[in-house]
Design a protein around this ligand. Structure first.
Ligand code: BF8
Length: 676
């Protein structure tokens, strides 16, 4: 008996099956290597820890100390009335809506606090308090100034003269920074949306006043005993999400472009195979380009290169994880080493000399993994530190940013000497073209002479392009890494839907070879393939990081402006998707897509099943208000076809469904019509 107990006690822990962990071979290889080295990863934890069944349904209320109150939905449903309530009487709808709007608040806060940091740094630039950051893209500054009410010219004695860049920058910076906490008015960028959409927001009372206020108000309204009407709670959820998408995130994108340059297409590689055994490998992970831009500049200097050679390395290989990867990729062609679920694996190569992190999507387990290797894990942001003692903290400050960056790069170089013998970098990597933005798409479609979205609209109207899809968001350890992203994207482009991707979804598409113009001939339907070949674009356009979902909103607005496809985003043959979402930021993004008129499908599951009435409100009723609605479909092929069905519905409403039928006629159809 004692012997039996002892045997049970030493039973090996359950491990993930590497082949089932991902569709990416590099990831599988690294998961297997981690297991050989007995280093635990998220993939293993996902098979040993089940998600909480009550939380999955979205109906656990822990907003006061009389709870947590749990209101599970009975398997067979209710015979009569749904009488579930918490101690205070809160219904399942109220609890579920409170939880959902709190997710929006957290997501909007994360994006918008990132935006605030960018605006603060830009204010320092405009006030000439820093030399490390400058204005790299004056055209972008001039383009956004009018939205902040800043004049770019001045009338001097009846003559119109240009104002100086310094004057414009200062006024834009002050105006942008005040968007977080101004006492009156509404978020200024809301005016960039199509007129009809603005009218809808006014009608439903969801125009955000300032960015912080909408987030704070959610926390108030979801406090015990305040808002107890799921529709009213969601009104505030919508308002805060708009403050994110058309506020904090959009300002972050724009001011980052002003300081670091608007992206334009460039070639790069993707996946863990971009790391190099004979180089110092610095992996930057997180979100804010304020950090990564400085690391890029420091690591590319001749001085640092010489130092790397002194320690026996051939050079410095920078790479990124998560949205920092997207930021460095779109402006410098620095390759992503991986997306969210690959962060531990970059260290498991044994070749990662330092991993530098700032905010968001950073596993605390990185510290435990780093302990097993020589990797220095460096936190840099005052709001994001780790408790483990092997983690270094070097605080990054915009006033001495380059100095901090040099220190971090030097430390990484020095750590190259401490490499163990056990390096194993997977050989897998892909080529990609990234760096698309609202401006560069315009240029691509018509060149400097006639750059505009007309070409895109023409091809949508004539049916070569069936519609547009925004595919965004994370990985989730509860689904096979990258599988949903890739299957959905492939199904869409096969059906002539042009895909705009951001975040970890964009990294997945790059990793799996879908971001080259050549991919069009292999994976696309005939119409989209023809357009990609003619224009020279990939069928999946990389539009940047998660805050850059604002680029998708603005690209869609340009399509409306170019004409022929309705007057509102809701009129467009377009749909959104987050196939492997996991973060609260994804919920905020989903909600501002929906409130901007986009049919938005999430994969995996939504924490709504415990409150079907509230769920139906999001999935069905919202469309009547904003033109967009939520949906959830874990099966990737069905997921893609739900999006395609919506696109076709919109084509029909626009009266352009017949054009597409003509374009897709095959030889037999043509012969039947006597055309061949
Ligand atoms: O910022 S990094 S895991 S949350 S998608 Fe998702 Fe990826 Fe995080 Fe959006 Ni970007």
């Amino acid at each position: 008996m004692t012997e039996l107990k002892a045997k049970t006690a030493v039973k090996a822990p359950k491990r993930a099956d590497p082949a089932e962990s991902s569709i990416d071979v590099a990831t599988r290889e690294m998961v297997a290597r981690a297991q050989r080295l007995e280093v635990e990863t998220v993939f293993d934890r996902a098979v040993t820890m089940k998600p909480c069944a009550i939380g999955m349904q979205g109906i656990c209320c822990k907003n006061c100390a009389m709870g947590p109150c749990r209101l599970p939905f009975p398997k067979g449903g209710f015979d009569g009335e749904d009488t579930r309530k918490g101690l205070c009487g809160a219904t399942a709808n109220t609890i579920c809506a409170r939880n959902f709007t709190r997710m929006i608040a957290a997501g909007a806060a994360a994006h918008s606090d990132h935006g605030r940091g960018v605006a603060e740094t830009f204010l320092s630039v405009a006030r000439k308090e820093t030399d490390d950051y400058t204005i790299k893209d004056p055209d972008k500054l001039l383009a956004i100034a009018p939205y902040f009410g800043v004049e770019t010219t001045v009338d001097v004695d009846g003559e119109v003269q240009d104002r100086t860049l310094d004057e414009i920058a200062l006024e834009v910076a002050e105006s942008a920074f005040s968007e977080w906490g101004k006492a009156e008015g509404s978020v200024k960028y809301i005016k960039r949306a199509p007129k009809e959409l603005q009218e809808k927001w006014e009608k439903w009372g969801v125009v955000p006043r300032n960015i912080d206020r909408e987030i704070v108000e959610i926390m108030h309204r979801t406090h015990m005993g305040v808002d107890q009407d799921y529709k009213n709670l969601m009104k505030q959820g919508v308002r805060a999400s708009l403050a994110d998408g058309w506020g904090g995130s959009m300002i972050a994108t724009d001011l980052q472009d002003v300081m670091f340059g608007a992206p334009s297409p460039l070639q790069a590689e993707a996946n863990l195979g971009v790391m190099k055994e004979d180089h110092v490998n610095i992996v930057v992970h997180g979100h804010e380009p304020l950090l990564s831009e400085m690391i890029v500049a420091a690591a590319q200097s001749q001085e640092m290169l010489a130092k790397a050679k002194e320690v026996g390395a051939k050079g410095i290989q920078l790479s990124g994880i998560c949205c920092t990867a997207n930021e460095m990729l779109q402006r410098h062609g620095i390759p992503p080493a991986g997306n969210f679920l690959q962060q531990e694996l970059a260290i498991i190569t044994g070749a990662c000399d330092s991993m530098i992190v700032d905010v968001q999507c950073i596993f605390q387990n990185l510290a435990n993994v780093a302990k097993c290797f020589h990797t220095k894990l460096i936190t840099t942001h005052p709001i994001a530190r780790m408790e483990q003692e092997n983690v270094l903290h070097i605080e990054f400050d915009e006033h001495h940013a380059m100095e901090d960056a040099v220190k971090i790069v030097e430390m990484s170089i020095e750590n190259f000497r401490n490499r163990g013998a056990e390096v194993m970098i997977p050989r897998h990597k892909s080529s990609q073209i990234a760096g698309f933005g609202v401006e560069s798409i315009k240029y691509h479609l018509g060149g400097a002479f006639r750059g505009d979205y007309y070409t895109l609209n023409d091809n949508i109207i004539n049916g070569r392009i069936r519609g547009l899809a925004g595919i965004v968001g994370c990985n989730n350890a509860r689904s096979k890494h990258n599988e949903e992203h890739i299957e959905i994207i492939k199904e869409l482009i096969k059906n002539d839907v042009l895909v705009l991707a951001t975040g970890c979804s964009a990294i997945a598409a790059g990793t799996h070879g879908l971001m080259t113009p050549e991919a069009a001939a292999v994976h696309c339907g005939p119409g989209l393939a023809e357009v990609c070949e003619t224009v020279g674009i990939p069928p999946v356009l990389h539009l940047g990081s998660c805050v850059d979902n604002s680029r998708i909103l603005l690209a869609a607005t340009e399509v409306v402006k170019a004409g022929g496809l309705g007057n509102d985003l809701a009129d467009l043959p377009a749909a959104g998707s987050a196939p492997e979402w996991m973060s609260e930021k994804a919920i905020s993004i989903g909600q501002y897509f929906v409130a901007s008129g986009v049919y938005t499908v999430f994969g995996y599951h939504m924490p709504l099943d415990g409150a079907p009435v509230f769920r139906d409100y999001l999935y069905k009723e919202m469309e009547k208000m904003y033109g967009g609605m939520w949906d959830c479909e874990p099966d990737p092929i069905k997921h893609a076809h739900k999006m395609i069905a919506h696109i076709d519905k919109k084509r029909k409403e626009l009266g352009i469904d017949k054009a597409r039928e003509r374009v897709l006629m095959d030889m037999a159809d043509r012969q039947a019509l006597g055309m061949e």
